[in-house]
Design a protein around this ligand. Structure first.
Ligand code: ADP
Length: 745
């Protein structure tokens, strides 16, 4: 995977944008359970009252509260409120909201920030609870006794006089004792529970002020609900955006990789093609890159999202209930065992699938391209069996892997639901002990599920990654292949002009990995305006020899000069620009006849194209085709005969008008008459060029200026037809076997 990481570079800005969006998405998703717990805790249970710092309270109530605060605290709380007297200039503003203001003075909270509210909340919260407890104690003598209230016993009971009036007269030391007695009562409650308990007296105070409590509660619910809706919207928008970005990154990466593979393969010499088979190169640039693309989408969205959710979820869950962390740990541990099991079972199979896929491709390629031969030999049942075998293996392995992965799903849900049950079980006990709020328990449950989900996402990725890593490795193998044939670092350029001289100096050659040289000590010069022929039995090394001239392979000994330059000293492009190479196996491309002929020179005029076709004896059959020059050539040129293909391939080289022509056995599929006509016409067009003809047919080259006889990679004779007939026994053998006595003369 790392080997292709550099191809991600252009997408780093997009990736950064995706990560930012993922953070926002995670934040929104993690906030939702929190707001939900607010709705349950504050909205439902506390009647929409969030804390112990009311927006307004009667002066009499404030006086009672401050009794149970230190002097500093009381000063701080009072500074945050403003006293409004009935009938003063401010009162009209608040009258509709707090009708009690008509009769008595009211403290209205100033515009203080949330930090200040949070700071005075515990101070007021405790005071509220103490005051509420004392209120309760008015009707409960035992409680009053326990708290050490003044006049307990005597004054207790229904209709007792206002205890606060008496309390005010007590020394501070007595008061603090009362307060700490109440404190003890609430000792088991955390600050959150104290806050929640304190909202009850706050609610009662609002009622006393004449505030519409139902409206207050509905308002809180609607506000929180609106925020949750907004968060959901943000989460949705960011999810869609990251999906879009990840698709873009992955598709772009795949496109770049495909282009890079194609470019690299274009630079491959014949040696590299021998190493990677064509089928494998195709699989690598399609299927393998597809795998990488799929995992890239997952990586972008999950690799960042899962850890954010995981860590964020844990922080928030522990904040909701620190005592239940072990439930999450238990769930994650169980999942880990399950995922590891799947990993162990499925991942080796994933690798196997890739290999089986290769085999299926191979079998079907062979069967499809050799279908005629298969039919001719009546081997269909055998091929079917072979295909069935490969197909069955692949199917059963895929089924196995899918069963394992699918079987994992119910197990995951079992764990998730078990997790919820366990949280409710443990949480309910805590709720009943008043150590936890209901909303927090529900939020904890949602966080736990999010954490488990994040963990699942990560583990899924670890299961998918090895498969993509295999593909990435296969692609990187191609990309990192240094072509054996490279352009020189400081290339020389050809002298201007039309020099087609080719010179071999003591050339020897061995195929990469072969044990023996195919060519030994070859030296000859082929001059412009001449036809040089190379003849010899099959396997003598004729094709190998001519492939060295366009540098399809590099010589392993000696040098080859073209136009006076060593072929390794000039750019491959410049070198090949000077040549019209007609290979043994003519290859045409999908398109029309004209587009194939203009392959080397798009600008060639109709006249030039037609003249090339006429020299190569192709005009006649082109005229018989529907559409003539515009007739379509189907894939690989299968809709024209072998001889027609050769003629078109020769015409294609002629349109280029290069100083060097190389015909590698290009006349073999032509009948003798066409062969002769073609050579005559060719002679005129190529008068000043160097023509190199490889052939096994003596008649084709009888008039060549120079004939080189090759046998087992060595030159065994050189000269004209006549000279060789006298001097070279190998040539004589070939010639006498092919020509009549008259022709030999
Ligand atoms: P000719 O064209 O004279 O029939 P070739 O030049 O095609 O002969 O082949 C010469 C020898 O080189 C043969 O023995 C053949 O086995 C070997 N040869 C051809 N192509 C390759 C290759 N790509 N890798 C290894 N050996 C090869």
């Amino acid at each position: 995977m790392m080997r292709i990481a550099k191809y991600l570079k252009p997408y780093l800005p997009l990736l950064a944008a995706a990560v930012v969006l993922l953070f926002i998405q995670a934040y929104a998703n993690l906030s939702l359970p929190d707001y939900m717990s607010h709705i349950v805790n504050v909205g439902i249970q506390q009647g929409g009252i969030a804390d112990a710092v009311p927006e307004a309270l009667r002066e009499s109530q404030m006086d009672s509260l401050t009794l149970f605060m230190s002097e500093d605290d009381a000063r701080r709380v009072l500074a945050d409120y403003q006293l409004v007297q009935p009938g003063d200039s401010q009162s009209n503003r608040y009258l509709s909201e707090y009708p009690a203001l008509r009769k008595e003075p009211v403290y209205v909270r100033r515009a203080i920030n949330t930090a200040e509210i949070a700071a005075i909340n515990p101070i007021m919260g405790k005071a509220w609870l103490v005051v509420a407890a004392i209120e309760q104690a008015r009707n409960n003598p035992a409680m009053a006794e326990a708290m050490g209230l003044p006049g307990a016993g005597a004054a207790a009971g229904a209709g007792a006089s206002d205890p606060f009036a008496q309390l005010k007269t007590l020394p501070a030391e007595r008061l603090s004792r009362i307060a700490s007695a109440v404190d003890r009562k609430f000792a088991s409650m955390g600050p959150k529970m104290i806050n929640q308990a304190a909202t009850q007296p706050v609610k009662a105070e609002y009622a006393a002020l004449g505030v519409n409590i139902a409206k207050l509660q509905t308002g809180y619910m609607l506000r929180t609900g609106a925020i949750m809706l907004l968060l959901t919207l943000i989460a949705a928008v960011t999810a869609v955006s990251t999906g879009f970005l990840s698709a873009r990154i992955a598709a772009g990466l795949a496109r770049d990789l495909r282009a890079a593979v194609f470019r690299t393969v274009e630079g491959f010499g014949a040696g590299e093609f021998d190493k990677f088979s064509t089928a494998s190169l195709i699989t690598r640039s399609t299927n393998d890159i597809m795998q990488i693309q799929m995992v890239a989408v997952m990586l972008v969205t999950m690799a960042f999202y899962a850890p954010i959710i995981g860590v964020g979820g844990i922080i928030r869950a522990v904040d909701k209930s620190a005592s239940m962390w072990w439930i999450i740990a238990l769930a994650v541990a169980t999942l880990m065992v399950a995922v590891l099991t799947v990993y162990k079972v499925a991942v080796p199979k994933f690798k196997l699938i890739q290999r089986l896929l290769d085999r299926l491709n191979l079998v079907s390629r062979e069967a499809l391209s050799g279908m005629m031969v298969i039919r001719a030999f009546n081997m269909q049942p055998h091929e079917e069996e072979r295909f069935d075998g490969a197909n069955r293996d692949l199917t059963s392995t895929m089924l196995f892997v899918n069963r394992v992965v699918v079987g994992m799903m119910p197990f995951m849900f079992l764990i998730m639901n078990g997790l919820s049950v366990l949280i409710i079980w443990v949480g309910a006990a805590q709720v009943s002990r008043s150590t936890m709020q209901v909303g927090d328990m529900i939020a904890f449950m949602q966080y736990a599920i999010q954490i488990v989900f994040a963990f699942l996402m990560l583990s899924m990725m670890f299961i998918m990654l090895p498969r993509a890593a295999v593909s990435a490795g296969r692609v990187a193998d191609v990309l990192e292949t240094e072509p054996l044939i490279k352009d020189p670092s400081s290339p020389e350029s050809f002298a201007p002009g039309y020099d087609g001289t080719v010179e071999f100096r003591n050339v020897s050659f061995r195929y990469p990995g072969a044990e023996e040289d195919v060519l030994h000590d070859i030296s000859f010069t082929a001059g412009p305006g001449q036809t040089t022929a190379i003849i010899g039995p099959t396997g003598a090394g004729k094709s190998t020899l001519v492939m060295l001239i366009p540098r399809f392979y590099d010589v392993t000994g000696g040098e080859i000069y073209v136009g006076g330059k060593d072929v390794r000293a000039v750019n491959q492009h410049d070198l090949r620009d000077r040549m019209g190479y007609v290979p043994q196996k003519a290859a045409l491309f999908t398109g029309t006849i004209a587009s194939n002929l203009r392959y080397a020179d798009e600008q060639a005029s109709d006249k030039e194209v037609e003249s090339a076709a006429s020299i190569s004896q192709a005009s006649e059959f082109i005229a018989t085709l529907p559409g003539g020059m515009k007739a379509t050539i189907s894939q690989g040129g299968v809709n024209v005969s072998g001889g027609q293909k050769q003629r078109l391939s020769i015409a294609r080289a002629l349109v280029k008008k290069p100083p060097i022509y190389i015909f590698d056995d290009s006349f073999s599929a032509l009948d003798f008459k066409t062969d002769a006509n073609l050579r005559r016409a060719l002679k005129e067009q190529t008068a000043s060029s160097m023509v190199l003809i490889v052939t096994q047919r003596v008649s084709t080259i009888k008039n060549a200026e120079q004939i080189i006889v090759l046998d087992e990679g060595r030159i065994v004779g050189r000269g004209t037809h006549r000279e060789l007939m006298d001097a070279c026994s190998t040539y004589r053998e070939i010639a006498t076997s092919q020509l009549t006595t008259e022709e030999l003369a």
